[in-house]
Design a protein around this ligand. Sequence first.
Ligand code: ZN
Length: 607
Amino acid sequence: MALYTNESKERVRDAVDMVDLVSARVELKRAGANRMTGLCPFHDERTPSFGINPADKLYYCFGCQASGDAFTFVMETEGVDFKGAIELLADRYKVTLELEDEDPRAAEQRQRRERLLELLERTATYYARQLWESAQAAKAREYLTGRGLQEATLREFRVGYAPSAWDTVISASRRAGFGNRELYDAGLAQRSQSNGRIYDRFRSQIIFPLADARGRVRGFAGRTMGDGSDRRPKYINSPESDLFHKGRQLFAADLARAPAAKAQHVIAAEGYTDVIAMHQVGVRNTVGIMGTALTEDQIGELARLAPEVKLALDADSAGQDAMLRAARIALGRKPPLRIRVVPLPPGEDPADLVQRAGADEIKRRVSDSVPFVRFRVLRALDTGNLAEAEGRDRVSHELSSVFALLAPSAEREELRRIAADRLDLSSDLLERVLTGGSHGIGQGGGGSPPPRSQRVDARGDAGAGVNAEPSMIGRRDPTERSFLALCVGLPELGGPALAELDPEADLTSDVARRAVAYLRVHLRAPTAGLDELVDDELAALIRELVVRATAMTSASPSDFEIERLQLALARVGREITAARSHGEPIGALAARRTELSARLDRLMEQV
Ligand code: ZN
């Protein structure tokens, strides 16, 4: 959606004073000729790991991997979209923006979309006013406050009320100049089957606006006010459209975004009132998944918010299988999205718990969360009938689908011991039951994992509960990252070195290999047009390398050679491990390792 010309964008970029811009949020200290550091605005920390490169106008955090340029910095810290960010920066650094000449069709589509968003925005405001001002909404207010929700919180979430009449939204929107087609496309009106007339989609309902991550209202969820019977409340959503996809939607993602980035985890609850109750007591990194069955798209949205999700769902809900399926998707992602479970008392949802036991209780349970797989194993053992052989067989079978999520690890071993003990099976027999026909994910689909010296994560039970291969370079091997950064810092040496590199053999992660392919072409200006050329993961790595490179400008050719030797040593180490596991001779490899080490030692002495 081109709005402002690329030239405008570049003029804004040129005009930005990165130190001035970032200093408004972060106290910066000089840390080298072209590098300044401070405490990261995107996660909690005590020692600075957030760095900027004032000349290239980039930032990168070694703690949380946040990275970007002046535009993303403003988007993240001010919670605005790209258009908002460019306007804000243009205003601040006195640049006049020019609109692009769009082709008429695209312009028309953009205007149509903006009209619909405006209509949704107006309607959200209208519903919210109804909740607080209309006599009709008394029962709705009573229900909400009865759940312990305060007016200020409900106003922040823009909770509203749709009156009972057939055409309040339609009439008000028409008066504001919107047509039937627009009302229909925005999902606010529907057509009667019998007489063909259109009427309001939402009537006599509590309304929860569903905004995207930037806070723009895309649709609504309407909760019917019960008729006094015990039936579950009925929810009606906006229909699927260009603007609204329920399966992609997370409730309150806009409000939870910054707190989730800072906390490095996001809490997922089922109901709207659960989410609002959590925010009210200060657990602001909570979003709603609007049902128990997480979709793949929602999991992608969750991963965008934080690297770890804590599920605060009713343990007894029928969604257990859906949760297992979701966990499989989440753990199969690269990098895997870690999933933990917040233990809740049976039959209580987070809103109940906050109301009954208070803020401290829910916070305690959030911090007591357990890795998803551990939760599932313990729950199967706790709820199964272990007194009889048949019950034990059923539980072992159930466990096999859970253990399939676990790569070999200390966590897996511990859970297997617990399970063998409780099921009264020998460890070997249980292992055979568990592996019968299924295999772990994150192992390239093979039966036994490839030999790797560091396969078992050194962090032990650091919480993930799963040891899928980390795909981000540097988590496991800082050598590769340092080497690539040095190539960027010393391009005269880096260019030829990159050309000689054998990415498959010399590097261990896919993103690093893609970085090599990219840098072979773009070494002199790695960040020019970066976002248009590569995906987010690679862009983040390139930015990291550029920022690190600025700290390396005083490096010498000897330093470069040292990094190169270390990379070669790491490779030969891997080759030796692989040869050993295949029972092949390692003589030549070992000789090469000795030779490389000797060269490295000599160089280190000189430096
Ligand atoms: Zn950070």
